[in-house]
Design a protein around this ligand. Structure first.
Ligand SMILES: Cc1ncc(COP(=O)(O)O)c(C=O)c1O
Length: 379
């Protein structure tokens, strides 16, 4: 069911990941997958294009998209979502910004670091100070430091940007960890914006629980979700903010039209198809990613035995510590010497040496070649 794109197909399908990379370089950086679109989505989009669905999307909450997401959340996460609490936005990054601007006080934003790189700039563009909740690169498990979170809120921070499942940590937070976050947040009357874009990409062994499904979070949190990472539709521009109380939803809805960065009609078509008819393809994807995760572990053991990787619980993005090989910027060396493009660790954790993020959503053959080239460059 998962069809690998050839290099030529990938270059046409993924203009940023493949198209902006030299032909002799294997791209394993940005979070897009080298797989053909799920047939249910491709068919829905073809139908929509031949019907000329190029007008404005409906400016509505709920509707077909809300119902489709509510069905998906129920089937995949056992989560009750009121379709009328599903608000479309153009993408997850814009949804996070909107939630901050509309719902949060002006105090600092707490960001767990390493962080998805554009999140590092979100506090600044929203006129806030960023305060970091840093994971010690030597810690055996990447965990949220709740004592420090408590101190940051005590010192005036007002919002936590919680990415879960986490990119690039690869962690899926447990209900107990999320309850710990909830306790600290409620103690200080603070807020949470939960970026849950990777929720459909939880791998066997872990289970996703939305922060909104933790008791006592409805009045201080929203989740921002999208079909785009799991179904490779990032260019189609459609994400959703999920709220749990009507007051929050109404505040989000009340933003002036001038603030609106509208989503796209074809994005809605793709998201509805993914959420409604995508389960079998998504199951096959999870199976493939599970195999790729095992393959990566075996390849690192063979070719880069001093590399350190914490277990990948979710996402297709592996965070790898290669400090043992002594290069401050291994991604740059990998590109120059190995002709493989991975994401530099310092994009996610400023000034952190010797780390990289590797995208495993590709064919087993490419993954073998990626690790072989990495090893050739770093050792
Ligand atoms: C955690 C996280 N949030 C947001 C995004 C980007 O989402 P969007 O393109 O919808 O803004 C990504 C992309 O990889 C991501 O990993």
């Amino acid at each position: 069911m998962i069809r690998d794109l050839t290099d030529d197909e990938a270059r046409r399908a993924l203009p940023e990941k493949w198209g902006s990379t030299d032909p002799d370089v294997i791209p394993a950086w940005v979070a897009e997958m080298d797989f053909a679109l799920a047939p249910a989505i491709a068919e829905a989009l073809s139908r929509a294009v031949s019907d000329g669905v190029t007008g404005y999307p409906r400016f509505e909450i709920g509707g077909e998209l809300g119902a489709a997401y509510a069905g998906f959340a129920q089937r995949r996460h056992g989560m009750d979502v009121d379709p009328e609490q599903v608000l479309p936005v153009v993408d997850v990054t814009a949804g996070v910004r909107l939630a901050l601007d509309v719902l949060s006080g002006p105090g600092p934003l707490v960001l767990p670091v390493p962080a998805y790189s554009p999140h590092l700039g979100i506090a600044e563009v929203s006129g806030r100070q960023r305060v970091d909740l840093v994971v010690d690169p030597d810690a055996t498990r990447a965990e949220l430091d709740l004592d420090r979170l408590d101190r940051l809120f005590a010192d005036g921070a007002r919002t936590l940007l919680l990415t879960q499942p986490h990119n690039p940590w690869g962690r899926v937070f447990s209900p107990t960890e999320l309850e710990g976050v909830r306790d600290v947040v409620t103690k200080h009357g603070a807020r949470v914006v939960a970026d849950e874009i990777h929720a459909p990409l939880v791998l066997p062994g872990a289970e996703f629980v939305s922060y909104l499904d933790v008791d006592g979070t409805a009045d201080h949190a929203v989740a921002v979700v999208a079909a785009s990472k799991a179904f490779n539709t990032a260019g189609l521009r459609c994400a959703q903010i999920i709220s749990r109380d009507v007051a929050t939803r109404d505040r989000l809805l009340s933003v002036p039209m001038a603030r609106n960065e509208s989503w796209s009609s074809l994005g809605v078509v793709a998201a509805v198809a993914a959420y409604t008819d995508g389960d079998a393809w998504l199951d096959a994807l999870i199976h493939r990613l599970d195999e790729q995760r095992s393959l990566l572990t075996a390849l690192l053991a063979e070719h880069l035995p001093a590399a350190r990787m914490r277990p990948l619980e979710g996402t297709y993005l592996a965070w790898i510590d290669v400090r043992a090989y002594g290069h401050a910027d291994p991604a740059s060396l990998a590109l120059q010497k190995g002709r493989v493009r991975v994401a530099p660790g310092h994009d996610f954790h400023p000034d952190l040496p010797g780390h990289l993020r590797l995208n495993i959503a590709t064919s087993p053959d490419r993954l073998r070649e990626i690790v072989r080239r990495l090893a050739g460059a770093l050792t």
